[in-house]
Design a protein around this ligand. Sequence first.
Ligand code: M6R
Length: 365
Amino acid sequence: EKMGYDHFMIKEIYEQPKAIKDTLSPRIIKEGKLKLDEVNLSREYLNNIDKVYIVACGTAYHAGLLGKSFIEEYAKVPVMVDVASEFRYSNPFIDDRTLMIVVSQSGETADTLAALRLGKERNAKVIAITNVVGSSVSREADHVLYTWAGPEIAVASTKAYTTQVAALALVALDIAVKRGTIDEESLGNILKELKKVSGLVEEIFKDVEDIKEVSNHICKSTNLFFIGRGIDYDVAREGSLKLKEVTYIHSEAMAAGELKHGTLALIEKDTPVIALATQDNLFDKMLSNIKEVKARGAYVVALAKEGNEEIEKSVDKVIYIPKILDKLAGILAVVPLQLLAYYVALERGCDIDKPKNLAKSVTVE
Ligand code: M6R
């Protein structure tokens, strides 16, 4: 049931605060303690791994990209991320010192399941992050961490992504604790920030008018770009996929520093560029990339954290997200991009919940 919403997609976007809370709160107990009994990997095993492989498709793959940055930062172990359709036909370096994480909302994606089987065949231990209890992936993995997003009906994945990212943050912290790569104080701080996320998503909803204004401006475009660096680039890729999927507008996500290696040639007057600039350590670099596209006449919409108002003089429009620990900003930054995709699709009269050519669960290759 759509409960008064016009589409499942918008309903599910608005369900994110609850979905994130349901996924996080049973696993964060009182002050500064993590309770992840589902993934009971031993200290001994985790101190002996030499890499983590995250494998998934589509939006779940994009969540995996953020997982890499959490695990490398907190657990200090190298992480490879691959799309399952590539991974399964590659010859990956996997052995009993590899921890594999597969991410799948449905738990039934054919390529992801095949990737899981390949990992196990090569003696990796596999954690599945999935939203469907009893799904194939959950049955075959060694450990399962459920996202408690509730049923996701719209083909375009929204609350599955944010809960997957939240779950990956928990896994990263659990590995970090057991490997001794994080101290109690930092753990406490990160958990405190994580607990704020759900409320901060609610705040983003208050700015929906700004997002509608941008949708109005770009709904007739035929080509647009998302740019970002670091985590912002990962989120840019998800924002771009979401937009393509529901609006049928061609878009591309670029690592901002790569623009001048080719893609800048496509920027002309009024080309929309959505520039994600939520990371303090990369803010100045993003500002110079923004100036580069602006100089070619692009219509630039920046996504920035509150407090960075100076960006207003360099762009056409700014959408703000509330302040949060930079590492966690992705969970917030994706929300305006989901809303943007939705409102552009609405203006264009697209079949939002069932985009053409796509299926909710890709159970065949
Ligand atoms: O069920 P899964 O998470 O394994 O599905 C993976 C992708 O097919 C899925 O995320 C797809 O990219 C979404 N439609 C994107 O919105």
